[in-house]
Design a protein around this ligand. Sequence first.
Ligand code: SF4
Length: 501
Amino acid sequence: MSTPVLAPLAGRTYEIRTHGCQMNVHDSERLAGLLEGAGYRRADRGGAPDVVVFNTCAVRENADNKLYGSLGHLLPTKNATPGMQIAVGGCLAQKDRTEIVRRAPWVDVVFGTHNIGALPVLLERARVEQEAQVEIEEALQTFPSNLPTRRDSAYAAWVSVSVGCNNTCTFCIVPALRGKETDRRPGDVLAEIEMLVADGVQEVTLLGQNVNAYGVEFGDRAAFAKLLRACGEIDGLERVRFTSPHPKDFTDDVIAAMAETPNVMPQLHMPLQSGSDTVLRTMRRSYRSDRYLGIIDRVRASMPEAAITTDIIVGFPGETEADFQATLDVAAAARFAAAFTFQYSVRPGTPAATMPDQVPKAVVQERYERLVALVEQSAWQENQRLVGTEVEVMFADGEGRKDAATARMSGRARDNRLVHVAVPEDPARRPRPGDLARTTITYAAPHHLTADAGITGLRRTRGGDAWEGRRAAPARPAVSLGLPAVGVPAPLAPAGACQVG
Ligand code: SF4
């Protein structure tokens, strides 16, 4: 057999297309780090990459149709580009495995959620053997944080505390695809945060499918509260957030740790999913609405300024008008600052997919619109309460789409609300992304706040320095080998969040 003539690896370019939740966004940073560690470089915008990686999501409706549509679109480009490779990873790859190369035989590599570290080797093997490589592992091979990471943000980072989930919510495919919960040791998490901070990061978001269960694997149910308190000891760490908590496992020691640790932000994104106890039972979520509201009451008693956000599913199988009314009642009582509302849709492979009494689409749509209207109203009212108050903003890169037109700069308040702030034009007095300042809210909309009264107390931070350093030397390698995993801060609630947690 003749050996194929291969283009040299060095200088090959890649593009990663990420679907789904923060877990995938974070995994994509690692995929980028792995590829750059192997000699690839990120393709220029609009350029034709040598490798396209799809990091897929199995939670969204029609996720498979969308993937095969995108793969079909890429086929002519692949045919016209010698040596181009396509890889598919993530939850859908874990679920569909060989089905992907059967339906799209021009795919070169399929890898799962447990072996993302194998991507460069699989690409190389596919290149040498000129044959598709499908490799899916049933169990986690390496804790993802031990892989190289391409750092997207100079001053904010995701940090995984656990992967997988021990729950069995009937609408959720995550346990089947990400496996049982694996916890990182607190010392490893804290060491990663310290390294990040040493590198200019000043905000971390602790990430897990169910952060309140953190410690279950090593037998310490108080581990998450202790971890929050330990974050408070890290010099230079300005802001700590976490996602997602689970009402079933949420304990008062976490509320106390949040309230008593100054750098843990007054913000809670806690999925409700339904306000009906009957529906929660069929979802196999073992808390009830009174427990959920009790947690919120206690959070507000300890942190009156806390912003509470949530995820809600409308039209779960069997949901009656009375059940839906219960969701409206809980949402009204909870006074959410924002909610990610989802219309239930069948996810093959989940228990709910085959439940009787699927709710007709028109009914789901009508309920969904009523819920969105209620949440908008409460978010607006909550935001209006802030007009005239002073908030601390950490300025951000790319948070305000209209910043250039409005001459404002956007950032996040301590409670993670998005604030568009009028800032001086003079570079000496203008904040950089990562810098902190105080400002007074002058206007409230349902999804953002505006502060046109100027800023006071501008604080030049190490995060701002890190941002500036990167801008001045963009060629500086952004990959750390087996070290921190860095991303962008979570918005008020996780954008594009899947229905998990
Ligand atoms: S919804 Fe969240 S808690 Fe429930 S099974 Fe999925 S990941 Fe676990």
